[in-house]
Design a protein around this ligand. Sequence first.
Ligand code: TYM
Length: 337
Amino acid sequence: MRIFSGIQPTGRKHLGNYIGAIVQYVSSQDRGEGFFCIVDLHAITVAYDPAELRQRTYDTTAILLAAGLDPARCTLFRQSDVPQHTGLTWLLSSVTELGRLQRMHQFRDKSLAQRELVPAALLLYPVLQAADVLAYRAHEVPVGEDQREHLELMRDVARRFNARFGDGEDVLVVPEHRIPQVGARVMDLQDPTRKMSTTGGSEQGTVYVLDEPKAIEKKLKSAVTDSGSEVRRASDKPGVSNLIEILAAVRGSDPAAVEAELAQARYGELKAAVATAVVDYLAPVRERYERLRADEDALEQILSDGAVRAETIAAETLADVRERMGVGGPRRARTVT
Ligand code: TYM
């Protein structure tokens, strides 16, 4: 089975990225052939600083390695190193409905937030994301809850392509999302009605993977809770529910077990338990990160080796797609050497 996921190299990676997605990337290495992509071309769809983008790409690479991605067991690469992603984006844009792109939540939110120009790239963002996955004919895409709409679109694009150009064959694989049971939507600690996020969230409400233990403790201990005093999940208790989910996710247990254990506890004890668990959970990642991040040449080598492997597969898909679409000359017979 082939597994693909992408992560933006923007901002600092937070606990939501970590338990919603990165942990799932790591565990998927045991289940199939993983492709993990640092999506720098997605990052240029909003205002950004070019020099910083390159640095952030290394930061994100080092975090993924520190979390446990192993370049010997998966393919880790930078999106812009594999030109087939953009090539396929253009071809797939011809089977993507414009109105659907305009209605995507992310496009609407981000274009409203944009003070000056709304780049066309922001509109095409989901087509590039579809191309990322479809280029590898991946079966499964581990993501957090916020990517559901993008996954639906890419499935429709694959189906439409197959219907229009497949001649009865499934040229592109219609991928399935894999959204975790626990931790699929980690909420901001200061405003638990909003997801934890680098762009929209509050600094105090966002735990970064690379935060010092003291900062993590402070953020979790000052997390907003709700009225009442019972430690249990409920729709009118978004703060407490979020803390229960976080604790269950970092322990690898389930929220019901956390509720049972802390049935007699006060909110303060819940916060203290979450703080200790998250500090212990992230400390080894941060230590490994410091070592890995120091060697940029090694990170660059890992990314470029990954890109070579990725391109072999993406080129094959692109050749099939071009042939089906009647684009370019006839496909040359492949020579086996
Ligand atoms: P990005 O970089 O915003 O986020 C990376 C992953 O983290 C998950 N995530 C969360 N999970 C739980 N709680 C949260 N608060 C939270 N915030 C973020 C996201 O769901 C995501 O899985 N468009 C994508 C990147 C992308 C991609 C792809 C993903 C590009 N091409 C192909 C999958 C397949 C994005 O911006 O993720």
